[in-house]
Design a protein around this ligand. Structure first.
Ligand SMILES: O=C(O)c1ccccc1NCC(=O)[C@H](O)[C@H](O)COP(=O)(O)O
Length: 212
């Protein structure tokens, strides 16, 4: 199972989290986020990382040009679209960056969002389900209603996000079988400052559940 830890801002924490077992690290490229990192910062954060670890840039409601420039200057391996990007936008991006993984995040407000996820079938590689918050795009610590996701069988691989912590991840994975999980605030001391003890506990709990 993929384990993505998002909102990395410190090189020593990114390296330690990769060593603990994360298969992907996420870098927030949304300027309004407290976890925002510039292109220069992303390059510094990814410099010593093993090539086996995916480097995902998280964008929201920006342009294809901005995303392409960031990917090219930093060497990101994937892009997560966390705003209101349409399938058409995702297609344009895929055309411009054919070798880059594209993850479309859906902030699930109603079960209709889950049905609508099919519209991305031909334009992205993976979906990420996150909790909806009226004023924040991501990193909210809010959980989804896992019960409503029990019959969710999307056409694409998917990541479960939203309020996951070392303590609740086993419960989530008892109910759901995502292709991976994504955590941010549940393994932090404060926004952008990851707590390595919490990350270690996450992997211990995943191993105990045979999910990793
Ligand atoms: O984390 C942010 O600050 C953020 C800001 C703007 C867009 C997306 C953002 N995060 C995206 C993520 O992938 C988070 O990991 C995801 O929302 C889950 O966060 P959490 O509920 O804190 O685990």
């Amino acid at each position: 199972m993929r384990v993505k830890i998002c909102g990395i801002t410190k090189p020593e924490q990114g390296n330690a989290i990769a060593q603990l077992g994360a298969t992907a690290l996420g870098f927030i490229c949304v300027p309004s986020s407290p976890r925002y990192v510039s292109r220069e910062k992303i390059s510094a954060l990814t410099q010593g990382l093993s090539q086996a670890v995916d480097r995902i840039g998280v964008f929201a409601n920006t342009t294809v040009t901005e995303i392409c420039q960031t990917v090219i200057t930093t060497g990101l391996s994937g892009v997560q679209l966390h705003g209101n990007e349409s399938p058409d936008f995702c297609q344009q991006l895929r055309h411009s960056l054919p070798k880059i993984e594209i993850i479309k995040a859906l902030r699930v407000r109603t079960t209709q969002c889950l049905t609508n996820s099919e519209i991305y079938a031909d334009s992205v590689d993976m979906l990420l389900l996150d909790a909806y918050h009226p004023h924040q795009l991501g990193g909210t610590g809010k959980t989804l209603d896992w019960n409503t996701l029990q019959n969710y069988k999307p056409c694409l691989p998917w990541l479960l996000a939203g309020g996951l912590t070392p303590d609740n991840v086993s419960d989530a994975l008892s109910l759901l079988q995502p292709d991976g999980i994504d955590l941010s605030s549940g393994v932090e001391r404060s926004p952008g400052d990851k707590d390595l003890d919490k990350v270690a506990r996450l992997f211990t709990n995943l191993l105990a559940k045979n999910s990793f």
